[in-house]
Structure formats: structure tokens, C-alpha cells
Design a binder for this molecule. Sequence first.
Ligand SMILES: [Zn+2]
Length: 345
Amino acid sequence: MHALHEHGNGHGHGNGHGNGHESSRGSRTRRAALPAVAAAVAAVSLALLLPAPPAHAFLPENHTAITRQALASWEGASLGQFADGRDGAIGANDKRPYFDLGFLHCDNADFLDTPGYPRSREQANDEIIACVRSSVVRFRSAVAAADGLVDADGKVIPGANDLSEPCAWDEDPGRAKCAVYEQLGRGWHQIEDFYSHSNWSDRADSGPVGIDNPPGLARTTVTDLFRIRTWAGLKGDDWIPTVRALVPRDLTTGCYPDLDSTGSQAPRSCPGRVRHDGVLAKDGENVARARVDDNFRHAFDLAVADITRQWDDFRAELRATYPDHRRGEQMICALTHDDPVHACP
Ligand SMILES: [Zn+2]
């Protein structure tokens, strides 16, 4: 069985705006960060007049399983909206145009410590930073969006929490519960992908190490690179030097023919580089790298552990940001219950 899947939502071109700001360089304020990402997405969407590439994410059913396992305490309809790897918030980055932005899947941070490798460690680090940044920006936006879930006294606002119609993952604030889900889902997808797409938790095959068999780091705990709540609590991009220093020299993700953070696209075959397809990705269980030393299971389990951490950290942030009238606690109740008006009095 091939580890490929379809992408449901056609193409995102033609949404009007041409030259968005560069998405990933320079400092910016919290307020400016989200529009900048949206502008970059709009700009990129125009550039993508390409045939559909193969998939590059944990398969939708694996995103679903990871997310459901991490958020097992949520009630069913809410969990269904959030955790569905195909149509839920966690899968929203796998729809175009987001699908084609490599940093939303932690792609293209490929590096092999060998003379003449076509990418530098610094370039690879830039892609890791862009990946982490996309999650930091979403975390801040999710905390802000949660303010709309409950009123000033901590009472659940019915309309803002109504899920009788499915959420649309369209960056429109709309219902607050959908908005929080969208921000969290778009910020966590790449964290799940990281464990599939990198060598963080896996091992190389026996035989010589090279671009077709990169080293594995065999880590057994979640990465400090995604201490998102900590990074989001710092001003602007002040977290970047710390994250840069945390990147292990032998960390690699895979080259994939989508857009990197500078807006350039690798050739389809990624000549001379550690590739995503057929080399490093463990999106499903039936690819070579996934079968080495239970690599798929290790990636899956750490993805669950990391989303568990992210949810814990997000809840802690809501409690800290909205202490009055237990508003933060009420927000958490609203996000996890299907009928919060009655379940969260
Ligand atoms: Zn992905």
C-alpha cells in the first residue's frame, strides 16, 4: 500500500492579492503576525499552478488517531470537529494553499553533515524556525480568540460556541469556538508532522549513512524546539536565537517540492538532498523508514505526547491570561464540551 492520500479542497488560487509580505523574516508585532501569514498564504496561492504533488503529512487517519489520543477527554462532537485529519481543524494545513507551504509541515529542513551537501546547516535551521514560528503565531491567536467564548463574568456565550453547523477553516473569526479550533489546529499540525518528517525519534537502516539513509537521532522525548507557550510568551521573535541554538547538528527533515520559507521550490527529485518521499517520511506504516526499528510507532507516540503537552500548555495559558471570574477555566470547559451552555454553568 502506498502512503499517499488525496487532498479534497481544490486549489486556492485566484484569491486576489498578489504580493504579500515575506512571511518569515524580520521582527513583527503580535498584531501584525497573523495578517502577515495570511498574506503570505495568499501570495503563495497564486504561485501554485502546479500539478498535485504526492502527499506529505502523516496520513489523515494518523493525524486523526494522534489528535484523538492526545485529547481523549473531549466530548464527541467537539473532538470530531477538531481532530478529523481530513475535515477537522488538525487537517486544515493539508488543504491548499496551506498544503504547499513547506514550513506548515516542517519540510525542507534537510541537512547532512557531509562535504558538498547542497544546503547549509543555517538554511536548514531557517526552515525549522519558520515551522516553529507558524505554531507560535497560531498559539498567540488562539489565546486571543478564546476571549470570545465567554462573557466578562465568565458565562458561556451561546452563539460563539454553537457547533450545529460545522466550522469552516477559512481564517474568518466567526464563531469563537471555531476560531480557537482553527488557530490550534493550524498550529499543531506541523508539530505532529515534525515527528513523521524528521529524524528526531527514528533510527537509520543498517548500512552506510548518506542522503538515502540519513542518521536517526533516536530521541525518546518530545523536542524542546516546540516549547510553544514559552516562545509565545516572549516579545515578538525574541525566541528565535534560543530555538536556533537548540537544533541538533544532525537533525534533518526531508526535501519536498513545495515552497520553503524563502519562497523557492526544490526540483521534484531533490537532487543530492535528503528526500521526504521514499527516504525520511513516516506518514504511514508501510514505507521503508517507518519499518526500521519501529520508527513509525516512535514518531506516532511522540506526536501524541507533544499534542498532549501543547494542550496542557494552552490550558495553562488560558488560566493565566484570563483569571478573573474563572474565565480561563470556563473557556477550557467550553472548548471541550458539546453543550457548554449547560455543561459549564
Ligand atoms: Zn502536513
